[in-house]
Design a protein around this ligand. Structure first.
Ligand code: FEO
Ligand code: CA
Ligand code: CA
Ligand code: CA
Length: 746
């Protein structure tokens, strides 16, 4: 059923919108006080520090593009203009792309990954997802391959696409939809491996890319694939399970969302909404020592209060260990006798060597534990540490940065052992969380036992740095970090090294917050109502999201202070310009709920993808291309609100220069009920890969056998795979090329 009301749409999106942060970090009044006293200081500082554009810095791994590590800085050129006509918003069940471009589907849910695997029937009877494309294609990177099949970051004709399979549209995986609990093992055994990661070879033949069904590089990584725990939490007592008594190993990865491309040529996968797959008994708090027990505080903060039921009920499929692991109730024996700690083995950045099936996959715990999105490297400079930027996507969660202890050696761009190089840079370093000040400055606050605030924290008694990393959210609460409007992806601008974050939306951003909601602040300044065709207004919140950007002081990766502004505020074009459409978006560029974010290292253009439930009465989700300026190039508007008691509240924000149709345009609109996510290109910049996630995901068991009830039939209706006009919809990868062979977007 298609929803036109806000309530319905937001409800269906809720699995991607956990609400967990009840901390009381900065309030409106704190921010206003700070702004009044510090605004002038910032302006004076900015005019000198912010004016220089760093045209030739040694940026190499910006934006996560597969070609980045070998891209010489000299080839990074900012496209002078956007060379396409804006695509109109629409609700067509197809991919609408700018005139002059071609989009082809090349890899969809269920596609076989071995020569012996049968074609996908797409009728719910298919099995063997260990050898098929998973569901819900998400973040993605391109890794070049030479003609002889070795790693070659400069290859644009042959490569590996590595992508996350975040979640599943479970009804469509079974012939008659999902069975009641206890779940049949036959269904669970399909759903589990439909999650995880794909590695799939793609080749260009006669100018057209296709995936290679028989490639020996093809590989599925699933929630059952053995992995190593590495970094500061390796071997921690809180990591010990029946599977790994040492706390050094774990099984699998799940709900993989954003990605990263390391400067040494491996793949980072962010584990996002992993908590929902586990269940706890209704009396587990007592067993664990009551509400003040550390494990209970941690479980509650990460979304598993006692009695929580699991998303899919996989634990009901049998007594086998692979089902029992999803039950995290504490037993009567030792931690090594049960899975009380199993959830502690999830929530990390996971490093994978896509070229080597034999290399152990490693969870990099030093980068913190939260609902990870992307992990993007800042500018990479020989002799300086590496910075990795990350976000935690839940309402009111935080923005993080990791800084390596080891300084970068250029020889590591082509290392003999990629995973050991990962050990070198990702296992030893400092984790920071961001605090945004109203004057446009900000601080990175270190999360470690050497921070005296954490050593004496009252919300949770941290035992060691492993405990801090595993409970990053509690650590960030303790140090007073800024609660953000759901940080999704980040990306680094190859032109000037600035760091961009999508803040997708926040139903809990309020003018008058409660203990579980966030008040307004300069970096999260909007709370307003929106209506759908029904005319009914929803509650005030950050409906459409915004895109924040930051610049490290002195452009240093290890800086502990930065400056920030808001690149764009999402809004519908006809919304009020004083409180909502602050960026003055026109119909050629209006958008809602930015999520995927990526910069082309080749063109320097910014690709913005949406995962929206608020503007979907008007348009399907989309991708835009922008040519952004830099932090501080705009204005400092004040938003004037009126509270229920008629008192006025002013919130001043900091906003980049408003876009024009020359600096921001809609490039693509996806099929019905999808999200656009995942973005990478070949090193020559001439082929762009994008994922269409969960078209037509809104489906009930009652309707799964009636094709007329499907919201989408894409890509079957476009001639890809079985089913034609009546096909079950499938998540899929498309490849976009410009018909004249040029760079995408120029
Ligand atoms: Fe998986 Fe927050 O997007
Ligand atoms: Ca609307
Ligand atoms: Ca996302
Ligand atoms: Ca999202």
């Amino acid at each position: 059923m298609q929803s036109n009301s806000r309530t319905d749409v937001l409800a269906t999106a809720s699995h991607d919108d956990d609400n967990l942060n009840n901390s009381s970090n900065p309030s409106l009044n704190d921010i206003i006080d700070a702004r009044m006293s510090r605004r002038g200081v910032f302006r004076a500082a900015f005019s000198t520090a912010g004016g220089a554009v760093l045209g030739s810095m040694g940026l190499s791994a910006c934006g996560g593009g597969g070609s980045a590590a070998s891209t010489p800085a000299a080839t990074v050129a900012k496209a002078a203009t956007l060379g396409f006509t804006a695509v109109a918003k629409n609700k067509l069940d197809t991919v609408t792309i700018a005139t002059g471009y071609t989009a082809r589907t090349i890899y969809a849910l269920g596609d076989p990954l071995t020569a012996a695997t049968s074609a996908y029937l797409n009728d719910g009877t298919d099995t063997d997802f260990d050898n098929r494309a998973g569901d819900h294609h998400d973040g993605m990177e391109y890794f070049g391959l030479s003609t002889s099949g070795t790693a070659d970051a400069s290859s644009s004709d042959r490569g590996l696409l590595v992508m996350n399979h975040e979640a599943i549209t479970d009804q469509f995986l079974h012939a008659a939809g999902v069975s009641a609990r206890p779940r049949p093992a036959s269904e669970t055994d399909k759903e589990v491996p439909a999650h995880g990661v794909s590695i799939v070879e793609v080749r260009k033949t006669a100018g057209v890319f296709s995936y290679q069904q028989s490639s020996t590089f093809n590989r599925r990584i699933t929630p059952l694939t053995p992995m190593e725990i590495k970094g500061v939490a390796r071997g921690n007592a809180l990591m010990q399970t029946k599977f790994s008594n040492t706390g050094n190993d774990c099984r699998g990865t799940i709900n993989n969302c954003g990605t990263g491309y390391t400067p040494w040529g491996t793949y980072l996968s962010g584990e996002e909404n992993w908590s929902g797959y586990f269940t706890r008994s209704a009396t587990d708090n007592t067993t664990r020592g009551g509400a003040t027990a550390k494990s209970v505080i941690s479980l509650n903060r990460y979304g598993r209060s006692q009695g929580a039921s699991s998303r899919h009920g996989w634990e009901t499929s049998g007594t086998d260990d692979k089902y029992a692991r999803w039950i995290i109730t504490q037993g009567t024996g030792a931690a090594t006798d049960d899975y009380r700690n199993e959830m502690n083995t999830f929530g990390y950045m996971v490093e994978i060597d896509p070229y080597d099936k034999t290399a152990a996959i490693r969870k990099r715990t030093t980068l913190g534990r939260f609902a990870h999105e992307s992990g993007v490297f800042g500018k990479v400079t020989a002799g300086k540490p590496l910075a990795v930027y990350m976000g935690d996507d839940s309402r009111g969660e935080y923005i993080y940065k990791y800084v390596s202890n080891t300084t970068w050696s250029a020889a590591d761009a082509t290392p003999a052992n990629r995973m050991n190089t990962g050990d070198k840079y990702l296992d030893n370093g400092k984790l920071y969380v961001a605090k945004f000040n109203a004057d446009g400055s900000g601080q990175w606050i270190e999360l470690s036992m050497s921070n005296s605030t954490l050593a004496s924290a009252t919300n949770y008694s941290f035992a060691d740095n492993g405990d801090v990393a595993m409970n990053s959210r509690l650590a960030a609460d303790a140090v007073g970090a800024t609660r953000m409007d759901r940080p999704e992806w980040c990306a680094v601008n190859p032109i000037n090294g600035e760091i961009y974050y999508t803040l997708t939306n926040n139903a809990n951003r309020k003018l008058e917050p409660t203990s579980s909601q966030q008040g307004l602040d300069a970096a999260n300044p909007r709370s307003y109502q929106d209506s759908f065709n029904s005319g009914a207004l929803g509650s005030a919140q950050n409906v459409n999201g915004h895109i924040l950007r930051m610049r490290e002081d002195s452009d240093e990766p290890s800086a502990v202070s930065f400056r920030w502004d808001v690149y764009l505020f999402g809004a519908q074009a006809d919304a009020d310009t004083a409180l909502v459409n602050l960026s003055g978006l026109s119909t050629d560029q209006d958008f809602s709920s930015p999520d995927g974010l990526w910069f082309s290292p080749k063109s320097g253009l910014c690709f913005i993808q949406t995962d929206d439930g608020a503007y979907t009465d008007v348009t399907n989700c989309m991708m835009l291309i922008g040519r952004p300026g830099q932090v501080g190039d705009g204005t400092t508007p004040t938003l004037s609100y009126t509270k229920a008691d008629n008192t006025k509240v002013d919130v001043q924000t900091r906003m980049g220069v408003k876009p024009t149709v020359d600096t921001l345009r809609r490039f693509l609109v996806g099929p019905v009920d999808c999200e656009i996510t995942g973005c990478c290109e070949t090193p020559d910049g001439k082929a762009l890969f994008v994922n269409i996630q969960h078209p037509g995901e809104t489906i009930t068991k009652a309707n799964v056998s009636d094709a007329s009830q499907y919201l989408s039939h894409w890509p079957g209706n476009a001639g890809y795979g079985a089913g034609g006009a009546n096909a079950r919809p499938r998540s899929a990868t498309i490849v976009i090329t410009k018909n004249d062979g040029g760079l995408i977007g120029t």
